[in-house]
Design a protein around this ligand. Structure first.
Ligand SMILES: [Zn+2]
Length: 94
């Protein structure tokens, strides 16, 4: 089990994948044909925090709203994955 997990980590080089399928995407799931499995599908999204999220949180501390940027997609970037095969498709610009 441990061995399998380690192989997975080495095998998934995000930088490499980003170069390969650097599609321009927004923050909402999009309908597209997957470049890997060629299935028409709606992308799966995972949001992640950036410096911008942290700065927004710092600015909102006086208003006790510092949790807000972490809960809204507006201050976070979105990574898109194929919902069929799970391959990385692209990341939103902001
Ligand atoms: Zn796919």
């Amino acid at each position: 089990m441990h061995r399998y997990r380690r192989c997975l980590c080495i095998g998934s080089d995000t930088k490499q994948e980003e170069l390969e399928y650097g599609f321009e995407v927004g923050k909402r799931p999009i309908l597209m044909t997957c470049p890997n499995c060629f299935n028409p599908q709606r992308t799966k999204i995972s949001y992640f925090s950036t410096n911008r999220t942290d700065i927004a949180a710092l600015c909102l501390i006086p208003f006790l709203l510092c949790w807000l940027p972490y809960c809204t997609p507006f201050f976070r970037r979105a990574r898109h994955y194929c919902s069929v095969c799970g391959i990385y498709i692209g990341t939103s610009r902001t």
